[in-house]
Design a protein around this ligand. Structure first.
Ligand SMILES: Cc1cc2nc3c(=O)[nH]c(=O)nc-3n(C[C@H](O)[C@H](O)[C@H](O)COP(=O)(O)OP(=O)(O)OC[C@H]3O[C@@H](n4cnc5c(N)ncnc54)[C@H](O)[C@@H]3O)c2cc1C
Length: 510
């Protein structure tokens, strides 16, 4: 059998991409090297992941928000309100709106009136979810949709021809028309495929540990900068710390209680004594990105395409954004419906977004260095973040509210996520995107636009209905990934709408 797409890696990005491709009717095989998806590192506290607007919107639009955010809640609760206000983790995030290198910004200071195209939506600005739950919800969804997931099969190597990719994994051979590497930061697909990566080497080893202490009172709580590094005790015994050792320790030696004690003493400038080590992992601020996300019939998404430190919690969001952008484009290419250049727009749209996130993480490293220069810079950022404009800027960046692809277009909404318009019958725009197709929303129900939309029948859903708040628009065309492709004001130009539809959905039927 030849699959339309073989995905290496059943991590969150591979699983979400599999769902997107299956939504478009493709045959999808996911190969995962681990036998068991469970790990204590995927559970709270270390498995807690902060999700930003584009991710929350993607889950909402595909009907996944409830499964990911609050599996323990009864359906009625889940339907009634704002996802980020329920769930213990979400409440923790609510007290402080977010942070930059540990410098917090407050909800009260954020000027949301600047976000003129954000309408009330079940997809709020931020929420927290547990990694293990994200993966199990996506696995359940993918399996229910008919994605084949094979565990215990690590992709070893592959060859590609003009028509297909032959993949060898765990002594078996698989064929796919396309291969997507979603196999994480140490991606075999990236290395075997000869993708070039460029970036910056690490300055520190980061540690996330759960320990018992004989004298816990010796450590402070919250995030503490010292002359030798930074440590953050989120709850008693749960500590993250960074040591500026050039990343030397990471994966070079076993993590022992003795080593953690030495490092913690050095960083905290105390003589704290550890009596137990329950869980420990290390990470670095290595920041590298593939220069291109596609080589022939092989593509990269998620950490396979870009790696950076977990500072500011953006990696997973970046990966979901890749999957949401790639899924419909790859599906259209396979079905022979893609306009010229559609698949290449995956790299050209997503690479700059990845580069920005890498820079965001590098900027935080610069602030965290144990030097007088960094403390001076930190003091300035603290002042700025405490202003209304400062808090709003950081919230926009951390939550992805200001996110926009540069698609040209005459209206400021083009390239942005579509506002969650509410139709007069109560239906929300997000619900209309559940089928993974494009959406022509025509507030006036004008005949010419209807006729236009019918030429892309099957690829674009046409909905004629007024909305409660038009935001000055009369119609809009939304891509399957929720991005506005065209926005029309009064007496919208048919030509512009037709051009946008052809650009993203290919040739119209005559
Ligand atoms: C401590 C910490 C905190 C973080 N917090 C946040 C946060 O708050 N918000 C956020 O957005 N991000 C956060 N991140 C980053 C986020 O976890 C990653 O960016 C995300 O997991 C990447 O998903 P992925 O699917 O691309 O890769 P992975 O999660 O690494 O999944 C890759 C999968 O591929 C499998 N695999 C590997 N090699 C092969 C192979 N050869 N063949 C088949 N399968 C293979 C692996 O077993 C794995 O299942 C954090 C990371 C860390 C370490």
């Amino acid at each position: 059998m030849i699959y339309d797409v073989v995905i290496a890696g059943a991590g969150p990005v591979g699983l979400f991409l599999a769902c997107e491709l299956r939504l478009a009717g493709l045959s999808v095989l996911v190969l995962e090297q681990a036998d068991n998806p469970r790990s204590p590192l995927k559970r709270i506290p270390f498995g807690m992941r902060g999700l930003s607007v584009p991710t929350i919107e993607a889950f909402y639009r595909r009907g996944l928000l409830r499964d990911i955010a609050m599996p323990q809640r009864p359906k009625a609760d889940a339907d009634s309100g704002n996802a980020s206000k329920v769930g213990q983790g979400a409440q923790q995030l609510r007290r402080q709106a977010g942070h930059f290198a540990g410098i917090p910004f407050d909800y009260d200071k954020i000027d949301t009136s600047k976000w003129q195209y954000r309408l009330p939506s079940p997809a709020d600005t931020n929420m927290a979810a547990e990694m293990e739950n994200i993966e199990s919800a996506l696995t359940a969804r993918a399996s229910a949709m008919g994605v084949e997931i094979r565990r215990g099969l690590g992709v070893g190597d592959f060859d590609q021809s003009d028509e297909e990719v032959t993949i060898r994994a765990g002594g078996e051979t698989f064929r796919g028309r396309w291969l997507v590497g979603c196999d994480g930061g140490r991606s075999t697909v990236r290395k075997t495929g000869g993708f070039e990566v460029i970036g910056t080497d690490p300055e520190f080893t980061g540690y996330s540990v759960q320990v018992e202490m004989a004298d816990p009172e010796k450590l402070g709580s919250g995030r503490i900068y010292t002359p030798t590094g930074m440590y953050f005790q989120s709850q008693p015994g749960t500590i993250a710390m960074v040591e500026f050792d050039g990343g030397a320790f990471h994966r070079s030696q076993p993590i022992t209680l003795e080593h953690i004690q030495v490092v913690l003493r050095r960083i905290s400038c105390t003589d704290v004594t550890l009596t137990g080590l329950h869980l420990a992992t290390t990470w670095t601020d290595r920041a590298y990105q593939a220069t291109a996300y596609r080589k022939g019939r092989v593509l990269l998404a998620g950490d396979a395409a870009h790696i950076h430190s977990p500072l500011g919690g953006q990696g997973l969001n970046l990966g979901f954004g890749d999957a949401m952008n790639l899924g419909w484009k790859l599906a259209a290419s396979i079905r022979g419906e893609a306009p010229v250049g559609l698949l290449d727009s995956y790299s050209s749209e997503r690479h700059p977004v990845g580069a920005q996130v890498l820079d965001w993480s590098r900027a935080q490293v610069a602030l965290m260095r144990p030097s007088g220069h960094s403390r001076a810079l930190e003091a300035i950022i603290r002042d700025v973040i405490d202003t209304r404009d400062g808090a709003t800027y950081f919230a926009e960046r951390v939550w992805g509210v200001s996110f926009r692809y540069d698609l040209g277009g005459s209206h400021p909404l083009v390239g942005r996520s579509a506002p969650d318009f509410e139709l007069v019958d109560g239906t929300k725009l997000g619900e209309l995107l559940g089928n993974g197709k494009g959406l022509f929303l025509d507030f006036d129900g004008s005949t010419p636009l209807q006729a236009l939309a019918s030429r892309w029948n099957g690829r674009i859903t046409y909905v004629a209905n007024d909305v409660k708040d038009r935001l000055g628009l009369s119609a809009l065309l939304v891509r399957p990934d929720g991005v506005v492709a065209w926005a029309g004001v009064a007496n919208p130009s048919q030509e512009e709408a037709a051009r946008a539809a052809s650009r993203w959905f290919g040739e119209a039927e005559s």
